[in-house]
Design a protein around this ligand. Structure first.
Ligand code: NAD
Length: 229
């Protein structure tokens, strides 16, 4: 079976009702990222950061996977599929995808601010005073801007084995995630699904679908399955 690596960003979850980030003028749900998604923001105002992620967590719990998430599950019947997502939602998993690597963390988990070891499943609001068993404040299990991306080495290893790469709904501006596509073998076919073609990198073997994910991804999946049969 061929290896397909799918790189997803906020755009794949847009039609599930979870807002993207850069489409709203560089603000994330009305906030500057430095205030809600950076270690400095956390030290300045923990309550603001907790309130922000409590709302994001509630949004994710209300959302459902869309046709794009679901089509990728069908793709895995014909190919070895790895999903590498910048998203912190769990919509790939809830659709049924098995191999999902979260580069930027997961909104339904929290961890101790004292260390990366204590990670817990978390579905309710997180408040000041919620601590790990060692007594340290819990924080969202999210990779904030300015923090290291612990899964990047695993992601690079996976992309280097790709026969086909599919890039869905990412503005390709947040590094190191945006650089992953350049780790694909030169022979790999690259498919790019995004209604905004300005985000497209210049690469050989690139096929662009200027479509929203929920319509473009099922079309692409059907095409790849037919080409395979
Ligand atoms: P981004 O907001 O920077 O870019 C979104 C991209 O999706 C844009 O290129 C846009 O043209 C495209 N898009 C919009 N609607 C689409 C649709 N219906 N179908 C396909 N594409 C569509 O998001 P990013 O590149 O993922 O990077 C921003 C950062 O924000 C990431 O670190 C991510 O962790 C975080 N974020 C995550 C979520 C989530 O978990 N769902 C939501 C917002 C932001």
């Amino acid at each position: 079976m061929k290896n397909i690596v799918v790189l997803t960003g906020a755009g794949i979850s847009a039609e599930s009702g979870i807002n993207t980030f850069r489409d709203s003028g560089g603000l994330w749900e009305g906030h500057r990222v430095e205030d809600v998604a950076s270690p400095e923001g956390w030290h300045r105002n923990k309550q603001l950061v907790l309130d922000f992620y409590n709302l994001r967590r509630a949004d994710v719990l209300k959302a459902q996977p869309n046709a794009a998430h679901i089509a990728l599950v069908e793709l895995a019947q014909y190919f070895n599929v790895d999903v590498i997502t910048q998203n912190v939602d769990d919509l790939h998993e809830r659709a049924g995808s098995k191999n999902v690597l979260h580069l930027h963390g997961e909104i339904l988990k929290v961890r101790s601010q004292a260390g990366k070891q204590q990670v817990y499943e978390w579905r309710k609001d997180l408040n000041i005073g919620d601590t790990c068993e060692l007594g340290s404040q819990l924080r969202p299990h999210i990779v904030w801007f300015g923090e290291a991306v612990p899964e990047i080495a695993n992601a690079i290893r996976i992309v280097r084995k790709a026969d086909i790469c599919i890039v869905i709904g990412t503005s390709m501006v947040v590094y190191p995630a945006a650089g992953l596509i350049h780790e694909a073998p030169r022979t790999a076919s690259i498919y790019f699904v995004n209604p905004d073609v300005n985000a497209v990198p210049q690469m050989p073997n690139l096929h662009v679908m200027a479509e929203k994910a929920a319509s473009g991804v099922p079309m692409l999946v059907n095409q790849l399955i037919q080409d395979q049969c």
